[in-house]
Design a protein around this ligand. Structure first.
Ligand code: ATP
Length: 278
């Protein structure tokens, strides 16, 4: 036995996991509960997301998908349950801590960002980490460091712009973009934080078919590079065609989980969610 290994007999009983977490589980949600007054938005949801996979989270309106996203990324504090990212308990952490760990969700471009250019919008997420301290802008050595970091940041911005093929709109105000271009920008912003896992909330809403294909190509390309995706989306066909696994939420909990073909033939799903139309 190596120094780092611990015999299970040395562990307290409650530390012995009868089903140890597989290495390839990127995110696990266990018994998540979130209430708003008398409404239980998430009611004991449990699921796992595999590393490097594209997983779809679907369910009818009000099923609790967005609230689950908010609980995972620290926007809401869950009333019960645990969230683990890469094996680490991240339940109830702050959104910025979540991003620091590499778990990032896309955000709609806020109204105050609409007057900023695409370039400025991309600089912002990473800029918080740079040149913030006064001493760094005053001391000559630190100033050089800040300048170097800013140069690197700008290089990264252009890399991301090129990846999404939106260099031509770099100087455009975010408020003037089409719905599809905004979605590209939202994802580009998330990539600036250099995440390992991306949570996308309806990334294709309001996107025309051409841009939808482009966005999907980018997502697949990123997936091949090793990024993990969890996507909330209402377009069922799109999820079934593009995700390896699908989680179905209904009334705050997980009704079914599995490969797309098992989901479309699951009677409970057909009954409760698809209304018998599949
Ligand atoms: N901040 C809140 N305050 C009160 N109730 C809320 C709040 N957020 C969500 N809810 C309620 O919780 C339930 C789940 O909502 P949620 O938005 O998570 O569902 P959803 O599956 O994302 O729905 P949709 O597909 O329509 O976006 C709904 O009944 C909703 O009205």
């Amino acid at each position: 036995m190596s120094d780092t290994e611990i015999e299970s007999s040395e562990l307290p009983d409650d530390a012995v996991d009868p089903e140890p977490q597989r290495n390839d589980v990127e995110l696990s949600v266990d018994g998540l509960v979130k209430r708003f007054g008398g409404i239980t938005a998430v009611d004991g949801a449990s699921f796992e997301v595999e590393s490097g996979a594209m997983t779809g989270l679907i369910g009818p309106n009000g099923a609790g998908k967005s609230t689950t996203f908010h609980c995972i990324t620290g926007i809401h504090r869950p009333d019960a349950g645990t969230v683990r990212f890469q094996g680490r308990d991240i339940t109830g952490i702050r959104p910025y801590e979540c991003a620091d760990y590499g778990l990032v969700r896309t955000f709609q471009i806020a109204r105050e960002m609409a007057n900023m250019t695409v370039l400025e919008n991309l600089m912002l997420p990473a800029q918080n980490q740079l040149g913030e301290q006064l001493w760094r802008s005053v001391l000559p050595f630190a100033r050089q460091e800040v300048e170097r970091e800013e140069r690197e940041l700008l290089e990264r911005v252009w890399e991301v712009l090129e990846f999404f093929e939106i260099e031509h709109i770099a100087e455009e105000k975010a408020g003037n973009l089409s719905g599809g271009q905004r979605k590209l920008l939202e994802m580009a912003r998330a990539l600036m934080i250099e995440p390992e896992m991306l949570l996308l909330d309806e990334p294709f809403a309001g996107v025309n078919p051409t841009l939808e294909h482009k966005l999907l190509d980018h997502i697949h390309e990123l997936r091949e590079e090793g990024y993990t995706f969890l996507i909330v989306e209402h377009d069922m066909d799109l999820i079934m065609e593009n995700c390896e696994r699908v989680i179905v939420m209904h009334q705050g909990s997980v009704l079914a989980e599995g490969a797309p073909e098992t989901i479309t033939s699951n009677e409970q799903v057909i009954e409760a969610y698809l209304g018998g139309e599949v």
